[in-house]
Design a binder for this molecule. Structure first.
Ligand SMILES: [Zn+2]
Length: 76
């Protein structure tokens, strides 16, 4: 399984320090809203999950979160 940085498109290869997030679904009982949960580390098992997004660095992760979610990332 190959992974690519969601922000810059870099291929993972053997690189370390990649980060993982999971997009989607929102929580039951709430208004449906696009959300992201950031794992903050790499987990090979979970990296292949359907809604996983991959980042080569914290910088790319932050960039993506800002671009996609702006100020609304976190639950208020
Ligand atoms: Zn990147």
């Amino acid at each position: 399984m190959e992974y690519f940085c969601k922000t810059c498109g870099k291929q993972k290869g053997d690189a370390e320090g990649w980060l993982l997030g999971f997009e989607g679904s929102g929580k039951p009982g709430r208004v449906m809203k696009y959300t992201i949960n950031l794992l903050g580390k790499w987990d090979e098992q979970r990296a292949s999950e359907r809604n996983a997004v991959h980042f080569c660095s914290a910088e790319c992760k932050n960039k993506y979160v800002w671009q996609s979610y702006g100020d609304d990332t976190w639950d208020k």
